[in-house]
Design a protein around this ligand. Structure first.
Ligand code: C2E
Ligand code: CA
Ligand code: CA
Length: 702
């Protein structure tokens, strides 16, 4: 059995010390305390580390320094010198290059061994291989730098808010967005600095909850940050909870994408989706949403909801004669007046075209009376004339009223019934209000109007009336205008104003126009058989004019019946002929080439320049009857009519003054030398057989 080594035996102490030193995973050495640090002894592990034996180092005193990485050598030397001068202990890290070329990071620590007087004798040192540690530290630092660089170039802003609400990290993008320098933000309270006042307490509470409970934060929320100059930017956030080693939350890492512009665009889209672009009023979609809500409230509270369906009277005519820009302007003015008139709680919406809707909700007592008063107010608001381009216009409206729950069970039905009531009001004439009155109305809604009109064309329920155009001086017949009517078995004779605009909108006008031309040809054939050959003039709508090969097609129809196009005048409204939406000039030229005469109808209402007339192949000019209405009372109208007469005369056109109703008007026209006139005073539109005596007299007179 081996005896225990005696700790006081110097031999054995030396041996133990060696064993110890040679086994620890570090290199130990002893050197003199001199300027050069002359190495006396170094433990054998050095060979493993650097590839040179301890003897190499002792015999070659400069070997050590030769192995130090050139970039670190100077620093090491300075440190050694400083330590020698100050006689201090020494602790330094530097790199060495091993015999096989590996770079090794070492940490060298030593301490000075002194004699009893305190004079330094030698140094004892330890050299530790810290390469592994350094590499990971470097890698970490590099990783951090990379992350940092990434954060800085990332399109998102990145903010780390610690458990104490402080900004612990913030990237460059965030600083730029917010208008701060990084140093100004780090350490500041995130919520006080960056959250808009209104959201501050909520944001703070949410942060506290997450920090306290460690619940995973939600992502995908949009909330605003406040920039230095007080603007709010809306950000879309992704949040990550950071935890310490113990698993406790340490902070919230949030990356935010600036979605302010996108959001504004979205809001714009939403706005556009719910508003009428022309008038800025809520549109039908927004009204529908409010209507749903109003009905839901009414169901709970047993209140009523009223829906007013307002349709302008004759707007289409205004639009056609004045042009679209003026029509738009008029719509805007109308919208403004209606908007001013409605009660604050009523919702006014533009349904489209010349139709408006007014929603009256939460009606407690006598909803019928309330709705009527509102409707009256709307009509009253429109009763003053409108001024467009310096001219005055009167616009009427027809209003249908539907009530919930009285007339309808749901929104869709309420809309339909208010619409039906509006058609009822239209049938009563201008400026009427009609309350929905039961199922009988349903046949009058629009769908059935269009199908009934379609059937009317097919069943030949249309009829032509003829109005004489005469010399105002002696009433001698010059030509006759064909005017279409609808003989509705239910309603009786329906004037064209009540279905032509609608037919234009739905495209039915093409079929009606075809019918008119056919009826006109048949009538002329019948008259021819009786020896009558009046010059006829008929109306063509703008939409028909746009049909390709319109003139050729028309000519072919006349040819079928062997009729002379030279006795047929095509009336085209001023706006269609010279209006904004591309002029009909080519069609007019084609009509002229096909042998027809062309008349400009309703001239003056569209404010076309008179000089443009010169360039058009037009033979007849019909002065809009709105001018004559004011003649001779208003000097402006008188002046306009006089000017038109003179110009038309100079251009060799035949002028027809429309709407002659009084003897004064007729006298005025005679005085101004107006060659032709048309109006109730001189002859109403009438069926062909009523006209025949006049036609016969004309033949005799000729
Ligand atoms: P328009 O072409 O200006 O036709 C003249 C209109 O003025 C006729 O109305 C006629 O009855 C009315 N009128 C004639 N003299 C007087 C008068 O002294 N005082 C008043 N207040 N009115 C008078 P009507 O027949 O109701 O036709 C209205 C409009 O319907 C026509 O205006 C025309 O634009 C359109 N229209 C009529 N027939 C046709 C057709 O076959 N095709 C097309 N596309 N439109 C037609
Ligand atoms: Ca006409
Ligand atoms: Ca006319």
């Amino acid at each position: 059995m081996a005896s225990q080594p005696d700790p006081h035996d110097p031999q054995s102490a030396e041996a133990r010390w060696r064993t110890l030193v040679e086994q620890i995973p570090a290199i130990t050495y002893i050197s003199d305390f001199d300027v050069r640090g002359t190495l006396r002894w170094v433990s054998p592990q050095i060979e493993q580390l650097l590839g040179y034996s301890p003897e190499n180092f002792v015999t070659e005193q400069d070997l050590w320094h030769r192995l130090v990485h050139p970039d670190d050598l100077e620093r090491l030397r300075e440190e050694e010198e400083r330590r020698f001068n100050a006689a201090e202990d020494f602790d330094i890290e530097y790199r060495m290059i091993a015999r096989d070329g590996r770079i090794i990071c070492v940490r060298e620590q030593d301490c000075i061994v002194r004699d009893a007087a305190g004079t330094p004798l030698l140094t004892q040192g330890v050299l530790l291989d810290v390469t592994a540690q350094r590499v990971t530290e470097d890698a970490l630092r590099e990783e951090r730098d990379r992350a940092r660089r990434f954060l800085d170039v990332a399109g998102t802003i990145v903010v780390l808010v610690d458990a104490e609400e402080r900004i612990a990290l913030i990237n460059r993008a965030a600083c730029e967005l917010l208008g701060y320098a990084e140093g100004e933000l780090l350490g500041r309270n995130a919520f006080d600095t960056l959250t808009p006042q209104a959201a501050r307490e909520d944001a703070r509470a949410a942060h506290r909850r997450i920090m306290r409970d460690g619940t995973e934060p939600s992502s995908g929320a949009e909330y605003a940050v406040l920039t230095r100059d007080g603007r709010a930017r809306t950000m879309l956030w992704r949040n990550t909870l950071l935890r310490g080693e113990d698993g406790k939350p340490t902070g919230l890492l949030s990356s935010g994408l600036d979605v302010t512009e996108r959001l504004e665009a979205e809001q714009q889209v939403v706005y556009l989706a719910y508003h009428d672009s022309l008038t800025g009023l809520p549109n039908r979609a927004l009204l529908a949403e409010h209507l749903d809500l109003a009905l839901a409230r009414a169901r709970r509270s047993s209140a009523s909801v009223a829906l007013l369906y307002l349709d302008l009277d004759d707007f289409k005519l205004v639009n056609d004669s004045l042009g679209h820009a003026a029509g738009d302007e008029l719509l805007c003015q109308i919208a403004m007046r209606l908007q001013d008139r409605r009660r604050a709680t009523d919702l006014l919406a533009r349904q489209g075209g010349d139709e408006f809707l007014v929603l009256l909700s939460d009606l407690e007592t006598d909803p019928v009376a309330t709705a009527r008063v509102a409707a009256d107010g709307m009509l009253e608001a429109l009763s003053r004339p409108f001024t467009i381009s310096g001219a005055e216009f009167n616009v009427g409206a027809s209003i249908g009223i539907g009530l919930f729950p009285r007339d309808a069970a749901d929104a869709e039905q309420l809309l339909r019934h208010a619409d039906a009531a509006m058609y009822q009001a239209k049938a009563q004439g201008r400026n009427a209000i009609s309350l929905y009155s039961g199922e009988g109305h349903q046949s009058r809604d629009r769908l059935s109007l269009s199908s009934r009109l379609r059937k009317a064309v097919a069943r030949e329920e249309l009829v032509l009336h003829w109005q004489p155009i005469v010399d105002p001086r002696d009433g001698r017949l010059s030509k006759i205008e064909a005017l279409v009517r609808w003989e509705d078995p239910r309603r009786g004779l329906v004037p064209p104003d009540e279905f032509v605009p609608f037919a234009e909108e739905t495209g039915l006008i093409d079929a009606i126009g075809e019918w008119v031309v056919g009826a006109l040809c048949r009538q002329r054939v019948a008259w021819r058989a009786e020896g009558l050959d009046p010059e006829v003039t008929f109306n063509v709508s703008p939409r028909e004019l746009r049909r390709p090969l319109f003139a050729e097609h028309l000519r072919a129809r006349l040819d079928e019946h062997g009729l002379d196009p030279g006795r047929v005048i095509v009336e085209v409204t001023e706006s269609a002929a010279m209006g904004e939406q591309g002029s009909a000039e080519p069609v007019l030229a084609e009509l002229a080439a096909a042998g027809f005469k062309v008349a400009i109808d309703d001239f003056g209402a569209g404010y076309s320049s008179l000089s443009r007339l010169r360039d058009l192949p037009v033979q007849v000019l019909k002065i809009d009857r709105s001018f004559l209405r004011e003649v001779p009372a208003r000097p402006e109208a008188t002046a306009v009519v006089t000017a038109i007469l003179e110009l038309a005369g100079a251009l060799g056109m035949e002028t027809v003054a429309e709407g002659v109703e009084t003897a004064e008007q007729r006298a005025f026209l005679i005085e101004r030398g107006c060659p032709l006139a048309q109006g109730f005073l001189l002859g109403r539109p009438m069926p062909a057989r009523d006209l025949e005596p006049m036609l016969r007299r004309a033949v005799v007179a000729r």
